[in-house]
Design a protein around this ligand. Structure first.
Ligand SMILES: Nc1ncnc2c1ncn2[C@@H]1O[C@H](COP(=O)(O)OP(=O)(O)OP(=O)(O)O)[C@@H](O)[C@H]1O
Ligand SMILES: [Mg+2]
Length: 274
């Protein structure tokens, strides 16, 4: 790809998120080292990597919840390090997050959960918040009577949808999803993937999706980035990633599980790099 004729400083060219040279560690253990990553506007970027390699750590670092030791993070072209607390707060309103752990507050109903970010960032009347939360509940395909239920009264799939509704509470431009389909059966996972794809298109979202789910990568992601050896070793379309000569990539995409997937898939899957 060449940018020789690309006009300088055109806002469309600024990625939604630009990570450069990020290093994160706990004590003397480095988790991420000199990591680079771009999340382009309007794309669904799948983020893969072995368990414990730092996918959630990177997500939390970009969200400003974990400190980094080196590197820069820009969101919509703004360097996070240069922002005042007020400016950071303004930026936080532009993203929504579905965390891997603790998707919902267990002591609050679905409606109250969805209203948490509204209370924190907006000053709306209770009536308007109630209307907006019902809108979000419908948007994620939940029955309206789920609004007054507590998380313990919901199925795993309903919890994921309710957490998604909360992530959408502030009409974000960027959606962070950390393992959104984990724990769902294949049909539930496929339905959730379809919901993400629909919302992404209708709302024009940029989506960063950490996932272990090969089906999700094939069905909703525009590009995939792979984390190994403390950095992003490859980012590109699936055919581009499939061609990457790295032991983890080869084992993950060409291993037994991937092969098994191809035999049940209706869509032919390229098993060898083109
Ligand atoms: N707050 C923390 N303090 C110390 N170590 C941490 C902390 N958070 C994460 N780690 C460590 O960082 C490493 C990466 O963790 P992380 O949760 O990012 O993995 P992951 O890629 O998301 O894994 P999984 O796919 O299982 O969710 C792990 O070794 C973990 O123990
Ligand atoms: Mg994780």
């Amino acid at each position: 790809m060449t940018h020789a004729h690309a006009p300088a400083a055109k806002t469309d060219d600024v990625p939604a998120i630009r990570v450069r040279g990020i290093t994160v560690g706990f004590g003397d253990k480095l988790i991420l080292e000199n990591l680079d990553l771009d999340i382009r506007r309007g794309e669904v970027l799948g983020f893969v990597g072995g368990s414990g390699t730092g996918k959630s750590v990177l997500t939390r670092t970009v969200l400003g919840l974990i400190q980094h030791r080196a590197g820069t993070i820009e969101v919509f072209g703004q360097d996070l390090a240069g922002l005042s607390p007020d400016q950071h707060r303004a930026l936080e309103r532009r993203w929504g997050v579905l965390f891997q752990q603790g998707a919902l507050f267990s002591s609050l109903t679905v409606r109250q959960n969805i209203q948490v970010p509204m209370r924190e960032y907006l000053s709306l009347s209770q009536g308007l918040m109630d209307e907006l939360s019902m809108l979000k509940i419908r948007m994620v395909g939940l029955n309206p009577d789920a609004a007054d239920k507590f998380p313990s009264e919901l199925s795993g799939g309903m919890i994921k949808r309710a957490a998604l509704a909360r992530a959408l509470a502030l009409d974000p431009e960027i959606l962070f999803l950390d393992e959104p389909t984990s724990g769902l059966d294949p049909i539930g996972a496929a339905e959730f993937d379809a919901l993400i794809a629909t919302l992404q298109k209708t709302l024009g979202l940029t989506v960063f999706m950490v996932t272990h789910d090969l089906d999700s990568l094939y069905s909703v992601c525009d590009r995939v980035a792979a984390l190994a050896d403390k950095k992003v070793i490859a980012a590109g379309t699936l055919p581009e990633i499939l061609a990457v000569d790295h032991p983890w990539v080869q084992a993950y995409f060409h291993g037994e599980r991937a092969l098994r997937r191809s035999t049940v898939s209706k869509v032919p899957v390229p098993l060898k790099a083109p």
